[in-house]
Design a protein around this ligand. Structure first.
Ligand SMILES: CNC(=O)c1c(C)[nH]c(/C=C2\C(=O)Nc3ccc(Cl)cc32)c1C
Length: 289
């Protein structure tokens, strides 16, 4: 821990992530604004502590312009707190963007939706198909896919230039052993639970694609693709997989891409590579470079 605790001036709380509060802080040395996740590990069980260590290790290895940057972990043993220092995303989370549009009955412009989808797909591509850093005596090689497992608008953040930053890998898993990761206890947000998770409780990269589809659908329709008053009814709707058409102003290509991600059969859903090959996403990717 190269930072001592009083390096940072605490500012206001800005949100809550997995395991704890997120606070805006100012680094005293250079005045840089950062986000600090504050976790009181006194109350944590062994399993949760292991999960937290796994989250930090995953975040430490993921370096990508569309994934929140992990800077440092500081342990305050006196008060049994762990502080995870990450980049500050001035634009807040995507859930707030959707909420603002819904309240002012304004649809989100299609162009913005494509830029969000493109950047989220690139972030997921890094998680699912990333390469190890490699060094001078061994070349980079494919590493085990990292499943985010809790993709939702609340975990997507925007920086000052509206660049997308995928955050909160609190529930993510690395598929180190060949068979798929079984969802020990599914803790994701019920709205975004994929059909395979409801039935076989097996989670793999295609389950993240389903959740990505739910996020993009919600950006267009300003409500999730499946809504119900009970978990049971929600599960039935998700397994049926019937979704309404997007609002008429959105293009056929956007409808097609969203529906392809929301297919009940995971094998029919596109991979991140398939999505990055879609014409509109290729175009958007070029414009972002
Ligand atoms: C009302 N809160 C906000 O607008 C807000 C702002 C300005 N930033 C955030 C959140 C984060 C932020 O700014 N950096 C982050 C890094 C990781 C995670 Cl999991 C979350 C954040 C939020 C929720």
């Amino acid at each position: 821990d190269s930072w001592t605790f009083d390096e940072f001036e605490p500012l206001e709380a800005i949100g809550s992530g997995s395991f704890g509060l997120i606070r805006k802080v100012r680094r005293k040395t250079d005045g840089k604004i950062l986000a600090r996740k504050e976790i009181d590990y006194r109350k944590m069980g062994v399993k949760e502590k292991e999960q937290l260590v796994a989250e930090v290790n995953i975040l430490k290895d993921l370096k990508h312009p569309n994934i929140v940057e992990f800077l440092e972990r500081v342990i305050d043993r006196e008060n049994s707190f762990i502080y995870i220092l990450m980049e500050y995303c001035e634009g807040g989370d995507l859930a707030a963007v959707i909420k603002r549009h819904k309240e002012s009955s304004l649809y989100i412009p299609e162009e913005f939706i494509w830029t969000i989808m493109t950047q989220l797909t690139m972030a997921l591509h890094e998680c699912h198909c990333g390469m190890t850093k490699g060094d001078d005596n061994n070349p980079p090689q494919p590493r085990a896919p990292i499943l985010h497992r809790d993709l939702k608008p609340d975990n997507v953040f925007l920086d000052a230039n509206r660049n997308v930053k995928l955050g909160d890998f609190g529930l993510s898993r690395s598929l180190t052993n060949p068979q798929k990761a079984f969802a020990e206890t599914y803790v994701g947000t019920p709205y975004y639970m994929s059909p395979e998770l409801i039935s076989e409780s097996v989670y793999d990269v295609k389950s993240d694609i389903w959740s990505l589809g739910c996020i993009i659908f919600e950006m267009c329709a300003l409500k999730p693709p499946f809504l119900a008053d009970s978990q049971h009814e929600l599960s039935l709707k998700i397994k049926m997989g019937r979704i309404q058409a997007l609002p008429a102003q959105y293009s056929n290509e956007l409808n097609h891409v969203v529906r392809s991600m929301l297919q009940v059969n995971p094998r029919k859903r596109p991979t991140t590579s398939d999505l990055l090959a879609a014409p509109r996403i290729r175009l958007c990717k070029k414009q972002l470079e």
